[in-house]
Ligand binder design. Sequence first.
Ligand SMILES: Nc1ncnc2c1ncn2[C@@H]1O[C@H](COP(=O)(O)OP(=O)(O)OP(=O)(O)O)[C@@H](O)[C@H]1O
Length: 307
Amino acid sequence: MTKIGIILNPWAGRGMAGQRRAELETLLRDVGVAFDIIETHARGGAIELTYQAIARGYTCVVAVGGDGTINEVVNGLMGGQERFGQSASLGIVPLGTGSDFVKVLDGFQPNDLSSAVRRLAGGRTRPVDLGRVMVESPLGQEQRYFINGLGMGMDAQVAVESLKLTGIKGFAVYLMAIIRAMANYKAHVMSVRYDDYEVRRRLLFASVGNGRCQGGGFWMTPEAQIDDGLLDLCIVNKLRLDQIIRYLPKLMEGSHTTLRVVTMGRARQIEVTCPQGIPVATDGEVVATAATRVQAEVCPGALRLVV
Ligand SMILES: Nc1ncnc2c1ncn2[C@@H]1O[C@H](COP(=O)(O)OP(=O)(O)OP(=O)(O)O)[C@@H](O)[C@H]1O
């Protein structure tokens, strides 16, 4: 068996990923997996580390952390493939706070090291789709890949608010970020075009799902499949505060899809425009705070995932 490259974000899962490093290493040695492990030292650092891993010839790169870490490794894998013409599969050891992406995968359990290590030892892979997005804002253009979801509007505003909350920790950050996003977010008219359809009205958010669950437990696109060559879409109209509070539990259980204020869709290409600018997040990580145009497309079977 060839050696695998492991990229561990010690801050993921509120520090749990760092605390469980020794346990992970012991389990890997016990099953005879050869590995090198490296920790991230900054936000965005896993992208560069993944490039380096590909340049060194690893054929499997493992993200240890949450959805943000997985997103960085995915972007490193795709960028590395473009730069060096070499591809590597993605392994996941889910030790994040939400670890929403793996909830769509059979047999994956957030925080379960033993089963994650068994999968790495087995080395079985399957192709999964990715989303590729081009985000335009007054600051320029940025391209990103996402594996789980793309948030545009208030859902991305929650991610923006949580970045500003440096003085508090734990679940309080998340709760406070939602409250601040509800209070601060202004729903502008957005145009959402997907394949042959268009929705144009004041929206709370338009959320794109390759996976099913986003934002720490919201089943936005509960029917999404990661290998159907399509992206799912959940568009929610502008709501009053009392409606947001009433509908949030429905979003948390995925029973919102038939509500009058919700439009569900499925497409290969999605374009969202909003001249006033909207926040955008890929896999929960902020890409822009005032994007005027967002173009997303599915990349069918673009990545091999260790399952
Ligand atoms: N060494 C580091 N210091 C500070 N931040 C880091 C470091 N390495 C990575 N990060 C950042 O930590 C953030 C959180 O990572 P991640 O999303 O993996 O964990 P999480 O938020 O606990 O999990 P989830 O997104 O699944 O809820 C990411 O934005 C990532 O860029």
